[in-house]
Design a protein around this ligand. Structure first.
Ligand SMILES: [Zn+2]
Length: 105
């Protein structure tokens, strides 16, 4: 009998012939889900599809892209976020109004 955690049909099994001419069952690792953007849910580039235990062994530079919100947001969503925050700051500080960029109708 195999270990209790392996007694499920969800895990893929593979029959392997050993050097002693025995056929044994090997349990394959479950696939890890793709990392997705928190805003637009698109798959993230530069994030490897490995288990968390394997991820720990990787150097930090290979775990996620090196930019703000790397590994959480895609580059497009990150830029949109920054644009929104900058426009909010400018609106609050009333700089655009002073420069004449916002016209009142
Ligand atoms: Zn996104």
């Amino acid at each position: 009998m195999v270990r209790r955690m392996l007694r499920t049909r969800n895990i893929k099994k593979k029959k392997v012939r050993t050097p002693g001419n025995k056929v044994v069952v090997h349990f394959e690792d479950k696939k890890v889900g793709i990392a997705r953007c928190a805003v637009c849910k698109k798959p993230l580039h530069g994030v490897p599809r490995v288990k968390s235990s394997e991820m720990r062994k990787l150097p930090k530079t290979k775990r996620r892209p090196e930019r703000p919100y790397g590994g959480n947001l895609c580059s497009k969503s990150m830029r949109n976020l920054f644009r929104k925050s900058v426009t909010q700051i400018l609106k609050k500080s009333n700089v655009l109004n002073k420069l004449g960029l916002i016209y009142k109708h």
